[in-house]
Design a protein around this ligand. Structure first.
Ligand SMILES: [Zn+2]
Length: 235
């Protein structure tokens, strides 16, 4: 798949990466997430929430909370809980209120949920309860892999044998690994895809690789190949 990029050339001031002629060149190992965050703000802006369309408060005298919010964050459209990758295609600027309310809902679920938010009448309460029940059921199906949780078109169908890993792992088997391991034990599948560059460098997903190796299921690792990204950290 192609990573969504700004449609103009851009060089990060600190030299982490560069967008040139529609290709993202990454120069620093281990900085992939940071690069994705910054690119997302470049592409979608950092002043408006994609869900409630309120604007970032720039002046303390702008007190109207129906028009302004105070903190911009980045939301994963496909939630991280269900393997949503940290790439620009899956990230959007959102106010901290929308982001935390959305939690691990998909955008359409969040939209549905917001219809009940703040309503006190009996019918809305019943509808909200039913919605939550349905959501829990759907989320369990997603975790079990019974329904698709990440867009299938994002995964590579090509057989990839070798992947270069070129950054220091500061916390092998750390908290994030444990979280993924308990997911694996409960649902018998790998929770997250890995993300690699066109020239086969690992950009994200080292824990998934470890988990796959230790459990002899590394053939089932889902791989996202970013066809317009090159790692050029070691010229
Ligand atoms: Zn919002």
């Amino acid at each position: 798949m192609r990573l969504r990029l700004p449609d103009y050339d851009y060089k990060f001031e600190d030299g982490l990466a560069e967008v040139k002629d529609g290709i993202l060149y990454i120069y620093k190992p281990g900085a992939f997430k940071e690069i994705m965050y910054r690119l997302t703000y470049l592409i979608y802006g950092s002043e408006e929430c994609v869900f409630c369309h309120r604007k970032l408060r720039t002046n303390m005298l702008e007190l109207d909370n129906t028009k302004y919010f105070s903190q911009i964050t980045l939301d994963h459209l496909v939630p991280q809980d269900f393997g949503g990758p940290t790439i620009t295609n899956n990230l959007r600027p959102a106010c901290s209120e929308c982001n935390s309310t959305k939690g691990n809902m998909y955008p359409d679920e969040f939209q549905e949920y917001m219809k009940f938010e703040g309503k006190k009448d009996k019918e809305s309460k019943i509808a909200k309860r039913q919605f939550k029940k349905d959501l829990e059921y759907k989320q369990r199906q997603r975790r079990l892999g019974e329904i698709e949780s990440v867009n299938k078109e994002w995964f590579s169908e090509e057989l990839i044998r070798n992947i270069y890993v070129n950054f220091w792992i500061t916390e092998p088997l750390g908290v994030m690994y444990k979280k993924q391991e308990s997911f694996f034990k409960n649902y018998k599948r790998l929770p997250k895809p890995i993300v690699i560059s066109k020239n086969r460098f690992l950009l994200d997903g080292f824990n998934t690789i470890l988990l796959g190796k230790y459990n002899f299921c590394d053939k089932n690792i889902k791989i996202i190949v970013l066809e317009n990204v090159l790692f050029e950290g070691y010229p």
